[in-house]
Ligand binder design. Structure first.
Ligand SMILES: Nc1nc2c(ncn2[C@@H]2O[C@H](COP(=O)(O)OP(=O)(O)OP(=O)(O)O)[C@@H](O)[C@H]2O)c(=O)[nH]1
Ligand SMILES: [Zn+2]
Length: 198
């Protein structure tokens, strides 16, 4: 069966990334011919393609695919969304939780679409601040809610395995728009994300 344009593109890029990984592994002094490493450049290329697939995904379209008119004017909070991203400085993972809330303005969105949007932006080379902002902007622009809030708490392997080697530090970033710029709403959101209720 002939490959589609997208599949052909993916195969070409994976081939190129595989060859670069081979160079890197050999540059580190390893033998890419030994049994355990023969398929490693290919596996690593596929893993990296998976971890950066967000470049080829459209977060706005994901939200638009499940927007429904609904007269609900309270906060909707999806908390503890696990995130795995790659720090753009060291290409090492950072991981943790995202908490996303919005107050609708006539439209709600299918619940699963929020974590999907989080993944689209997490699966790119990132800094935590931009990841937070991109999720916030996308929901604000597409859903046009009365307010939106995003908090991300994450541990960075580049600060744990190397560099300053701090094992327990957690970085928190946040963004608030519309109603969440008011202290009362923001505090309600912050209280809800700190509760253990599931
Ligand atoms: N603001 C921000 N910085 C990040 C993030 N991920 C990694 N970094 C930081 O990016 C910085 C890069 O600084 P450099 O001095 O160029 O790199 P480096 O010599 O490897 O720095 P050290 O990690 O301190 O050893 C480091 O301070 C990292 O901690 C992130 O998501 N946001
Ligand atoms: Zn880093």
């Amino acid at each position: 069966m002939p490959y589609s344009h997208k599949e052909e593109y993916n195969i070409k890029i994976t081939d190129e990334v595989r060859e670069r990984y081979k160079d890197i592994i050999e540059g580190l002094g390893e033998d890419t011919g030994r049994e355990g490493l023969v398929k490693t450049p290919e596996r690593a290329a596929k893993a990296m393609m998976f971890l950066t697939q967000g470049y080829h995904q459209d977060a706005e379209a994901i939200l638009k695919s499940a927007m429904f008119s609904e007269n609900y004017n309270e906060m909707i909070l999806i908390k503890d969304i696990e995130i795995y991203s790659l720090c753009e400085h060291h290409l090492l993972p950072f991981y943790g939780k995202a908490h996303v809330a919005y107050i609708p303005n006539g439209k709600i969105v299918g619940l699963s679409k929020i974590p999907r949007v989080v993944d689209v932006f997490a699966r790119r080379l990132q800094v935590q601040e931009r990841l937070t902002q991109e999720i916030l902007d996308c929901i604000d622009r597409t859903l046009k809610p009365q307010g939106v809030a995003v908090v991300i708490e994450a541990a960075h392997l580049c600060m744990m395995m190397r560099g300053v080697q701090k094992q327990n530090s957690v970085t928190t970033t946040s963004g608030f728009r519309g109603q969440f710029e008011k202290n009362e709403t923001r505090n309600e959101f912050l209280k809800l994300i700190s509760s253990d209720l599931r």
